[in-house]
Ligand binder design. Structure first.
Ligand code: NDP
Ligand code: HSE
Length: 436
C-alpha cells in the first residue's frame, strides 16, 4: 500500500520527538498502521536551527502554508503551539481535505468547537491525544474505553511543570523560580510559562476532558482557574503535617444542573495514589458509573512521551482514513448533534472542604472570634493547628481544615475574618478533595 505522507508544522520539543520516534520505530509502526507513515515536509520558523534535520530526506520550509497547501500531504501535524498562525493553518488544512493531528491544547480548548465543525463538514479527522496529559492515552481511554459509562467526575494532575515544581519544592526545599527554570530547560513548560504556573494550561486540558467525558461543547472561558504562583512553602509543610499533599488539580464534576470546571491547588489525603504522583508525571482519575474509579498515570510532558501520543494519533488516522466519515469515532466522543447544553456551575455555588491559614494576634479570644464567624456561616471545623509565634513576634499561625461548605459562604467568612483587628493580612484558602 502506498505510504501516507505527513507534513509537520514545528520541529521543536514535540516535533523533533515525533520525527525521532517515527524514524526509530518505522517498521513496527508500519506493521500496526498497515502502511508506511513518512514525514515528507516540515515547517520551522528559523531555518538555521532546522539544519540538524537536513539530510533526513524531508523538505524543510519556513512557510507553513507550503505544507498545508501541498496536495501530496495527507496528514498535517500541528506542533507550533499558540493560537495564531496555528488556528488558520489547521482550518486551511481541513479546508484542503487533510486530516490533522495536533498537541495544541490552547487551540482545541478555545477554538475546538469551530475546528471540529469544519472537520465534520469536510469529513476529515482531527486527533489531539497529545494535547492532554502528554503520553497518557487519556483521550482514547475516556472516548472509547469508557464509552459504556456515564462519567460522574474526573480529577487530574494535568500539568507536568507544576507537578515538577511542587515535588521539588516539597522534597528538596528548592526555590520556585529555580525549579521553573529547570522545567523550561527540560522542555516541559509552555512557550509562555505563566500558562503553566497560573493554571491556564491545566484549564485548557480540563476543558477538553470535560467535553469528551460529558458530551458538552468546549467552555474554557467559564472555567475557574487558580495556579501555584502564590503558593507558600509553609502551606506545603502544614498540609504534610495534617496528612495531605498539595497538587494542582483539574476537576470536572457532573451535576443535574451543570458541570463544575475548576483548576486550583488542592489538598489531597497523602495516602491516595494520586497524591504520590511526583515530578513531571501526570495522573487522571475518572469515575464512571459502571467501572467505578479508574486511574491513568504516565509522563505528562517532554519530547518522546508526547511524541508517543502524536504517533498513536497518526496510526489511528492512517488506519481510519479509508473508513466512511460517518462511521469513525466522533471527534468529541459523542455524536456532534448529541452534545448536551450543560453550563458550567458558577464557582460561588461549588461546595468544597477547605484549608484556611491566617496570622493572628496571640491573645485570648481570637480563636473564639474566628470560630464564631465560621459557625455563623454554617461552616463546621474539621481540624485545627496553632503554630506559636517566633521569638520577638506577636503573631501566631492558625490553620483550620473546614468541612464541605459553599464557596460563597466561605468567601463571606474569609472577608469577616480578615476584617478582625486581631487578624493580620490575608487568609490563605486552599480547597480540599477526598477523591474517595
Ligand atoms: P517548541 O517551542 O519546542 O517548538 C515549536 C516549533 O514550532 C519550533 O520548531 C518553532 O520553530 C516552530 N514554529 C513556531 N512558530 C512557527 C511559525 N509561525 N511557522 C513555522 N514554525 C513555527 O514547542 P513544543 O514542541 O514544546 O510544543 C509544541 C506544541 O505541543 C504546543 O502546542 C504545546 O502546548 C504542545 N505540547 C507540548 C508538550 C511538551 O512537553 N513540550 C507536551 C504536550 C503538548 P523555531 O524553533 O524555528 O522557532
Ligand atoms: N507545559 C505542559 C506541562 C506540557 O507542563 O504539562 C504538556 O502539556
Amino acid at each position: 500500500m502506498k505510504p501516507i505522507n505527513v507534513g509537520l508544522l514545528g520541529l521543536g520539543t514535540v516535533g523533533g520527538g515525533t520525527l525521532t520516534v517515527l524514524r526509530r520505530n518505522r517498521e513496527e509502526i508500519a506493521r500496526r498502521a498497515g502502511r508506511e507513515i513518512r514525514v515528507t515536509h516540515a515547517a520551522v520558523r528559523d531555518m538555521d536551527k532546522a539544519q540538524a534535520y537536513a539530510g533526513l530526506g524531508l523538505t524543510l520550509t519556513a512557510d507553513p502554508f507550503d505544507v498545508v497547501n501541498n496536495p501530496k500531504i495527507d496528514i498535517v501535524v500541528e506542533l507550533i503551539g499558540g493560537i495564531e498562525p496555528a488556528r488558520t493553518l489547521v482550518l486551511q488544512a481541513i479546508a484542503n481535505g487533510k486530516h490533522v493531528v495536533t498537541a495544541n491544547k490552547a487551540l482545541i480548548a478555545k477554538y475546538g468547537n469551530e475546528i471540529f465543525a469544519a472537520a465534520q463538514e469536510k469529513g476529515v479527522m482531527v486527533n489531539f491525544e497529545a494535547a492532554v496529559a502528554g503520553g497518557i492515552p487519556i483521550i482514547k481511554a475516556i472516548r472509547e474505553g469508557l464509552a459504556g459509562n456515564r462519567i460522574e467526575w474526573l480529577a487530574g494532575i494535568i500539568n507536568g511543570t507544576c507537578n515538577f515544581i511542587l515535588s521539588e519544592m516539597r522534597d528538596k526545599g528548592a526555590a520556585f523560580d529555580a525549579v521553573l527554570k529547570e522545567a523550561q530547560a527540560k522542555g516541559y513548560a509552555e512557550a509562555d510559562p505563566t500558562f503553566d504556573i497560573e493554571g491556564v494550561d491545566a484549564a485548557h486540558k480540563l476543558t477538553i476532558l470535560s467535553a469528551i467525558a460529558f458530551g458538552v461543547p468546549m467552555q474554557f472561558d467559564a472555567a475557574h482557574i487558580e495556579g501555584i504562583s502564590t503558593l507558600a512553602a509553609e502551606d506545603i509543610q502544614y498540609a504534610e503535617e495534617l496528612g495531605y499533599r498539595i497538587k494542582l488539580l483539574g476537576i470536572a464534576k457532573r451535576h443535574a444542573n451543570g458541570i463544575e470546571l475548576r483548576v486550583h491547588p488542592t489538598l489531597i489525603p497523602a495516602k491516595r495514589l494520586i497524591a504520590n504522583v511526583e515530578g513531571v508525571m501526570n495522573a487522571v482519575l475518572v469515575k464512571g458509573d459502571a467501572v467505578g474509579a479508574t486511574l491513568y498515570y504516565g509522563a505528562g510532558a517532554g519530547s518522546e512521551p508526547t511524541a508517543s501520543a502524536v504517533v498513536a494519533d497518526l496510526v489511528d488516522v492512517t488506519r481510519l482514513s479509508t473508513a466512511d466519515p460517518h462511521h469513525r469515532v466522533p471527534h468529541l466522543a459523542f455524536q456532534p448533534d448529541q452534545l448536551a447544553a450543560l453550563a458550567v456551575v458558577p464557582m460561588a455555588e461549588v461546595e468544597t472542604a477547605c484549608y484556611l491559614r491566617m496570622a493572628a494576634a496571640d491573645r485570648p479570644g481570637v480563636l473564639a472570634e474566628v470560630a464564631r464567624i465560621l459557625a455563623a456561616q454554617d461552616i463546621s471545623i474539621d481540624a485545627m493547628i496553632q503554630k506559636p509565634c517566633n521569638e520577638g513576634e506577636h503573631l501566631a499561625t492558625l490553620v483550620f481544615l473546614i468541612h464541605k461548605a459553599r464557596e460563597a459562604a466561605v468567601d463571606v467568612a474569609i472577608a469577616q475574618i480578615e476584617a478582625l483587628p486581631a487578624i493580620s493580612g490575608k487568609v490563605t484558602r486552599l480547597r480540599m478533595e477526598s477523591l474517595a
